[in-house]
Design a protein around this ligand. Sequence first.
Ligand SMILES: Nc1ncnc2c1ncn2[C@@H]1O[C@H](COP(=O)(O)OP(=O)(O)OP(=O)(O)O)[C@@H](O)[C@H]1O
Length: 341
Amino acid sequence: MTTTTDTTTATTVLEASGVTMRFGGLTAVKGVDLKVNAGEIVGLIGPNGAGKTTFFNCLTGLYVPTEGTVSYKGTVLPPKPHLVTSAGIARTFQNIRLFHNMTVLENVLVGRHTRTKEGLWSALLRGPGFKKAEAASEARAMELLEFIGLEKKAQHLAKNLPYGEQRKLEIARALASDPGLILLDEPTAGMNPQETRAAEELIFAIRDMGIAVLVIEHDMRFIFNLCDRVACLVQGEKLIEGTAAEVQGDERVVAAYLGEPFEGDPSAAPAAEVAEVEAAEVEAAEVAEVEAAEVEAAEEHAEAEAEAEAPAEADADAEPEPDAEPAAAPDSTTSTDGEAK
Ligand SMILES: Nc1ncnc2c1ncn2[C@@H]1O[C@H](COP(=O)(O)OP(=O)(O)OP(=O)(O)O)[C@@H](O)[C@H]1O
């Protein structure tokens, strides 16, 4: 494992230590350590089945890790989803989990319930305290819808939103719990390139709001553009953690996961591949140079031969014919075949 970023001085928001998750005989996550600092966007990559979602589930209390601990801002979290959410960690899911028959606004309001202090009786009696809290929640939910660009669709049913907007709505619902850290599980899955670019901007804006981000994604261009640090899981273990440049240039990552450079990004090519291409280019340039020299030599030779033949032909042409004028001597107006122009 390689850790290249100095994380000791920054404020640690999330700290996973030695997280292991076993399902019977299968170890899906093996002794993973990971820190996310305030103001950071950290990426989690790895091939299918590497344990990324299982690790997220351990962080958010959906799974009780077989070993290890998860701390948020220095406090060890109990493995209970509602306690993790109220501590300050929100998440989205790989498969969108919205309330499809509720409106867009209602979906965001559901995300606010951990921050609403009004109890059951207050809600049932709809007293002034409840009404005030409800109005504040709605105002915050509308702010979030504006933030993701869905305020005009507040009263639409969630199920009627296009896929990309459903993903954004899930993010707004997660933000509604006022988290200090958001975990995004494949936020661009199924998105077109424009939607993916918009999601990238949205995540930068979330970071700028002061919320740290941990994101799982298979889209390497997206991850390497977005993240301050990237960790790569392979077969449940952390293979490497570092900057985007360090991770995408690591041959073990390339071998285990990337396979090929992502389209259009030459810097993603593994070093060996780059060297091979460069060597082939040098070789091709040398061959072209030799060929050019050969062609030049052949042309010079042909010219010399033509020049050598030209006076003889001119002489032959100059053979006096009966009553003919003597032929002109070859000069600039005479072609190599001796014909006058
Ligand atoms: N609840 C479970 N019970 C048994 N095995 C599980 C369970 N959840 C995950 N696994 C197994 O754990 C391993 C890791 O799965 P996980 O979904 O975490 O991988 P992943 O890296 O998120 O994959 P992908 O990129 O395809 O989403 C897989 O072999 C998977 O089959």
